[in-house]
Design a protein around this ligand. Structure first.
Ligand code: B16
Ligand code: MG
Length: 230
């Protein structure tokens, strides 16, 4: 049994940009006297830009004192810092195991999708030299709800023309695992602190086509219930 498609998260799965998000948010948060730590950063993974800012303001008890206009300026400033830091990305920034897996999936005629809520995803894929490796990238600009809502994964499935129940999703964030499970795909979690994934791996280096095939057989892929009316 093989999946119709494998759908990848970007930050933390294809490349490690989570620490670049963190450095940019840390700098912006300090400007409004908020200190953020790695624990907060963990909660920002898979959450949209404005959603991340709201979480930071809440954590710093600053929701009341920062106006909507100031929030937009802070989000813009964070993005400018983040985009500047993306200049350091190159083909060498692709995480271990990803390039061989993408090549194997193409050889196996399994479709490849991207489900990132980052508005910078197209630029990042291009910097990594991977733009032509994905059959469809969901457009984060058209998504109303970021992860844990399944919307971005459902958009990737729709763009690829596949049923979620026949696909595997790969994520490094707990919110992302919830999104994958929520649309009935089989889930692969990358990293030490995740729970609830059908397959948990310590890092992307352990990803392989035989493992994904085994996961397809184990989950039966089509045997999952979907919460909506499909
Ligand atoms: P941007 P993913 C997410 O990407 C990041 O995990 C999250 O930390 C970030 O806030 C979000 O993208 C939005 O990114 O500000 O570039 O639009 O994990 O879904 O690939
Ligand atoms: Mg991620």
């Amino acid at each position: 049994m093989k999946p119709q498609a494998v759908i990848f998260d970007l930050d933390g799965v294809v490349t490690d940009t989570a620490h670049l998000h963190f450095i940019a948010w840390q700098q912006v948060a300090r400007e409004i006297d908020i200190e953020i730590d790695e624990q907060i950063n963990e909660r920002l993974k898979g959450i949209s830009r404005m959603g991340s800012l709201e979480l930071i303001l809440r954590a710093g008890g600053a929701e009341q004192r920062v106006s909507q206009q100031a929030r937009l300026r802070l989000a813009e400033r964070k993005n400018a810092l983040y985009v500047a830091s993306l200049k350091q990305l190159s083909r060498d920034s692709v995480l271990p195991g990803i390039a061989p897996l993408l090549a194997e999936l193409r050889q196996q005629k399994v479709l490849v999708g991207l489900a990132s809520v980052s508005l910078n995803a197209p630029g990042i894929l291009s910097a990594l030299g991977l733009s032509d490796r994905f059959d469809f990238c969901a457009d984060a600009g058209r998504i109303k709800n970021s992860k844990p809502d399944p919307e971005i994964f459902l958009a990737a499935c729709a763009g690829l023309g596949v049923r979620p129940q026949n696909c595997i999703g790969i994520e490094d964030a707990q919110a992302g695992i919830a999104a994958i499970n929520g649309c009935g795909m089989a889930s692969v979690g990358i990293g030490p602190r995740l729970v609830d994934a059908d397959l948990l791996l310590p890092s992307t280096a352990e990803l392989s086509w035989p493992l994904l095939q085994r996961l397809s057989a184990k989950t039966g892929l089509t045997g999952r219930a979907r919460p909506d009316n499909e």
